[in-house]
Ligand binder design. Sequence first.
Ligand SMILES: N[C@@H](CCC(=O)N[C@@H](CS)C(=O)NCC(=O)O)C(=O)O
Length: 199
Amino acid sequence: MMILRSAPPSPFGRKVKIAAHLLNLYHEIEIIPANTMDPQDALRHQNPLGKIPALIMESGDVLYDSRVIIEYLDGRAGGGVILPKGAQRFPVLTAQALADGIMDAAILQIYETRWREEPHRHEGWLAHQNEKVQRGLRYFENHLPELTPHPQADAIALACALGYLDLRFNGMWREHHPNLVKWLESFAKAVPAFAETAV
Ligand SMILES: N[C@@H](CCC(=O)N[C@@H](CS)C(=O)NCC(=O)O)C(=O)O
């Protein structure tokens, strides 16, 4: 068995779980919850960055971050399943990086409010991060990741980014991104693991 260190609300952990489902590898993974705030959690030994997700392989070697894990799982499933092999590989990886960047910028806004008391919050920093989210959403609104013949890493990452914005930002993105709203419905229909991994 492989071990996945993650936590239910983590959008990056969700990416890995959905990928594992789509690759038929989920049953080979035991999920051991991690608390990134707990200095005693073994996570900080497994990944010096103290970030989830981290995947511990049967050999004991640890893989992070989510992009590396996804690449590993795709290869383990034969390769070319959720990360295409040919000309589409780098466009899919780049779109995944954009969706990941939306998550990073959204998470930084949450951390700003979690770590800094109200008088120390930096509105300019929050706005800077929020603009990344908005530009990323605008891009995807006009460049929807393919869902056929099956969703790939870019689609998985985007769905997790939108799910995180629903969870932490009250789904405000929905008002101005009608194509993405429809796209996420189609993704959820095509990928039952999306609903199964919701918190
Ligand atoms: N680039 C990383 C990002 C992972 C990440 O930001 N994880 C968050 C939770 S969703 C985390 O562990 N935060 C704790 C911390 O930054 O200390 C990936 O793709 O896995």
